[in-house]
Design a protein around this ligand. Structure first.
Ligand code: PLP
Length: 396
């Protein structure tokens, strides 16, 4: 006799509780807390991804992204992807198999660039920084000059360490030796000056969920005419269909040829976030990020904590603080989440268990959030936050 077996099906016999997310203050490495206006933008009716009202919104987002990147590059658009998608798209486009590629690595995301550059066939030369420091420009320049370099790649704000890399000296020499420059702006865009044209950057990518102040899911990218010329001269198309710039350009161009189904609601949110960036003005936004980061640093030091990165190399939107001896890293973060409804990040890669990563990004970069974190950390570490609060005061 064969036993009859009940196959599981998705059909519940009793009412189910809908998911309700906690209201957590996101002070980790991203996503960052978004404004109510940005969140509400996603509640608007869905439009078709080829609807004229939606494609007009794409045009508007494209113009704003060009301004945010400070570029006139015609190829500037927004991928339906996270930051890693932007990384794959730009590296697979600019690197041809066998190309000599120099990658500046100061942390986990530089390592990810190196790994993707290798996967797409680059002959990769890695130039590493000391932990918690920027990569020495002279070392990158020497590596570029040591062979026929086709591409140089680096992270502007390395989110695993909180280090800001100055791309300009490297980009200047890249131009001289004929190498394309790829810059990761995932964490920097919207929080610190990014100037693709003035710096001579050929391929840049970012994300929606950090200093631009939108939810995750979109990746602004830009390719220079030099990068586009190299692409046109390639012996073979890049292997990715999804990230093929020619196909993407046909969707973003006047023909509006279907290539993928754009995440319409996430675009609404990004458009609203870019409205907020425009209303504030980029220079004021950069100043806000810088000022709250300095306030946080003063407050953390007054709590007796030690920061990983020296002041002149700090990325303003991401602060790495050493976990004090005898302190359980994960337990403190769990209590911040459970008792105080605050998310901060743990260490990545080599820094796992050794640092906390505090992000003050986009809408989240505010003095009130610095204060809330200092009070919560003081409580969890059993340290009086009074001096920290005084030190963090913006006028102090
Ligand atoms: N590059 C940097 C500097 C990042 O900080 C991140 C993510 O935090 C990425 C790339 C990858 O982005 P995503 O997680 O959105 O794929």
């Amino acid at each position: 006799m064969t036993e009859s077996r009940q196959e599981p099906v998705l059909a519940s016999t009793s009412p189910r509780q809908p998911f309700v997310a906690d209201d957590v203050l996101l002070l980790g490495p991203g996503p960052s807390t978004v404004s109510t206006r940005v969140r509400e933008a996603m509640l608007q009716p869905l439009l078709g991804h080829l609807d004229p009202q939606f494609t007009a919104l794409m045009d508007r987002v494209q113009d704003d992204v060009r301004l945010a990147f400070a570029t006139a590059h015609p190829f500037t658009l927004v991928l339906p992807a996270t930051g890693t998608g932007g990384m794959e798209a730009t590296l697979s486009t600019t690197i041809e198999p066998g190309d000599r590629v120099v990658v500046a690595v100061s942390g986990y995301f530089g390592e990810r660039m190196r790994d993707i550059a290798t996967r797409v066939g680059g002959d990769v030369v890695e130039v590493r920084a000391e932990p918690g420091r920027a990569v020495e420009a002279d070392a990158v320049i020497a590596a570029m000059r040591a062979g026929p370099t086709r591409v140089v790649a680096m992270v502007h704000a390395e989110t695993s360490t909180g280090v800001l890399q100055d791309p300009l000296p490297i980009a200047l020499v890249a131009r001289e030796v004929g190498a394309l420059v790829v810059l990761d702006c995932v964490t920097s865009l919207g929080g610190v000056a990014v100037e693709l044209d003035a710096w001579g950057i050929d391929a840049a990518y970012s994300c929606s969920q950090k200093c631009l102040g939108a939810p995750p899911g979109l990746s602004p990218v830009s390719l220079s005419p030099r990068a586009e010329r190299k692409l046109a001269a390639r012996a073979r198309h890049p292997s990715s269909f999804y990230f093929d710039p020619a196909l993407l350009a046909a969707y973003w161009g006047p023909q509006r040829l279907y290539h993928h189904t754009a995440p319409v609601s996430t675009f609404y949110a990004l458009a609203a976030a870019l409205d907020e960036v425009a209303a504030e003005g980029l220079p004021a936004r950069w100043a806000r990020h810088r000022e709250v980061a300095q306030a946080l640093a003063r407050g953390l030091e007054a709590l007796g904590l030690v920061l990983l990165v020296p002041p002149q190399q700090r990325a303003p939107m991401l602060t790495t603080v050493l976990v004090p001896e005898e302190t359980d890293d994960a337990a403190v973060r769990a209590r911040l989440r459970q008792r105080h409804r605050i998310e901060v990040g743990g260490g990545l890669g080599a820094l796992r268990g050794r640092v906390w990563r505090v992000g003050l990004m986009g809408h989240g970069a505010r003095p009130a959030h610095v204060e809330r974190l200092l009070v919560a950390l003081g409580e969890e570490l059993q340290r009086d936050p009074a001096d920290a609060l005084a030190a963090a005061r913006l006028d102090g």
